[in-house]
Design a protein around this ligand. Structure first.
Ligand SMILES: Cc1cc2nc3c(=O)[nH]c(=O)nc-3n(C[C@H](O)[C@H](O)[C@H](O)COP(=O)(O)O)c2cc1C
Length: 433
């Protein structure tokens, strides 16, 4: 067992935390920063490297062609913009990496480069950004398009976007600012350059008008399809990924590392972090009760699962007969998510069988006592050869403490979790080991 990197992926984004839980809303307002600041402080004390905040730009209405379930159950909506939350999280912490999600499809590269550079100056090297391409047509329709551009082309465009953002960050030489009061020279004009980018998708003159960066924000990505992996493998510092079995984790990691090597990178510069949902129980009886509850395919559980996969894949799963084999499906949206879902059960399975298989396997959930979960994560890291894990879940303090208070010491006893974060910024912490 070796030291692992850990983080927290806030899958609900800057949105409703814990709707449906008995603790919902007690002592906090999800629309205000304190609940996220409190969580960030706990993550930092726990030694987690980074806090990633999901984002999306729609009121999802794919499931059944209506937003009813999403609005009724507060699933993926309402959701606030994570970028204005970042300074609050930075001010609550000193070492934790803060990673908002940003859409390469809808932010102009100049706007993104400027925003992220400004935030990185506040962050002192602790900023990351999760780059997404926003696959759904309803998102595209909020930005003047009739439909989202084709999947692979979207990644081609995102590649050029990343190139432009990085060129802008490098448009000032690191020592361009002199602040030479004796000679009256603030900045050396010969060290600030236009980028004159004229590509297939963007035309950007530059230079950026923010001050140069001591370190560029850490890029995070979750591409899973062939084209998505090529994009992530070529550009990303951190990959966040969903995979429900050790075999899939291993094969994903091998594949993305090979892509990175082909792109001329050292694969060890790329940290692949798998999302897990730890459900900490007091004993085996409680674990059995949790498993029994989660494996029941109630209508609420069916709606919950299907609205989620409909949202993420852009395919309306309400249109399929639960008891007929699922037809062959393709999507222009998140291909990896759809593939993972469909392959949860043998080919030819009905939708109900797929849902049941996922419920029985508990998906990303790891249910057990803190020691059992820590053992499991240790074994998983040995088997997958992975770099670490992202815990997921809402950030109501009751949930955060219920999870991390027992789990952190159990992970530390096994040498899996560091005692404390270094103070050199997110990139330095990620490359410590
Ligand atoms: C763990 C995880 C987190 C993600 N977070 C977001 C997000 O915050 N916003 C978003 O629009 N897409 C998000 N995605 C979607 C990915 O950015 C990407 O589009 C998806 O993995 C599909 O890529 P593929 O078509 O290459 O398989 C996430 C995906 C995964 C697996």
């Amino acid at each position: 067992m070796a030291l692992q990197h850990f983080g927290w992926f806030l899958g609900a984004g800057f949105g409703v935390q814990g709707w449906g839980d008995p603790t919902y809303g007690i002592g906090y307002d999800w629309k205000q920063p304190p609940v996220y600041q409190d969580a960030a402080r706990v993550f930092e004390a726990a030694g987690l490297d980074l806090f990633i905040i999901e984002d999306g730009v729609t009121v999802p209405d794919t499931y059944g062609g209506t937003a009813e379930v999403n609005l009724r159950d507060a699933r993926f909506v309402p959701k606030h913009d994570p970028l204005p939350l970042v300074p609050y999280l930075l001010s609550a912490t000193e070492r934790l990496g803060i990673v908002p999600t940003l859409s390469a499809s809808f932010y102009e590269p100049f706007t993104a480069a400027r925003l992220l550079a400004t935030l990185q100056h506040f962050a002192g090297g602790r900023l990351g950004f999760n780059v997404v391409t926003s696959g759904s047509d309803i998102a595209a329709q909020n930005y003047g398009l009739d439909k989202q551009i084709d999947h692979d082309l979207r990644y081609d465009r995102a590649q050029e976007w990343v190139d432009v953002v990085r060129k802008l960050w490098r448009s000032w030489e690191p020592d361009a600012i002199l602040q030479d009061t004796a000679n009256g020279v603030f900045a050396d004009f010969e060290k600030v350059h236009t980028i004159d980018h004229r590509g297939e998708f963007f035309q950007v003159r530059g230079p950026l008008n923010t001050a140069p960066l001591a370190s560029e924000p850490v890029m995070v990505q979750a591409g899973a399809s062939g084209r998505g992996q090529a994009f992530a493998g070529q550009n990303s510092d951190v990959i966040l990924q969903l995979a429900s079995t050790p075999e899939r984790m291993r094969s994903y990691r091998d594949s993305i590392r090979a892509v990175a090597a082909e792109a001329g990178r050292d694969p060890d510069d790329l940290k692949v972090l798998f999302v897990v949902n730890p459900i900490v129980t007091a004993n085996d009886e409680e674990s059995a009760a949790v498993r029994a509850r989660r494996s029941q395919l109630t209508q609420a559980a069916i709606d919950e699962a299907l609205q989620g996969v409909s949202y993420l894949s852009g395919v309306d799963f309400k249109t399929f007969d639960l008891d007929a084999p699922l037809p062959e499906l393709t999507t222009n949206s998140n291909q990896g998510t759809l593939d993972n879902f469909v392959k949860s059960a043998p080919a030819g399975s009905t939708l109900r069988e797929i849902l049941q298989a996922r419920a029985n396997k508990d998906g990303l959930a790891v249910i057990g006592t803190a020691d059992q979960i820590a053992d499991h994560l240790g074994e998983l890291s040995d088997e997958v050869g992975g770099d670490g894990f992202l815990f997921t879940g809402q950030v109501h303090p009751a949930h955060v403490h219920r999870t991390l208070d027992p789990l952190v010491p159990a992970l530390r006893r096994r040498g899996l979790l560091r005692d404390e974060l270094g103070d050199g910024g997110l990139r330095a912490n990620l490359t410590d080991f």
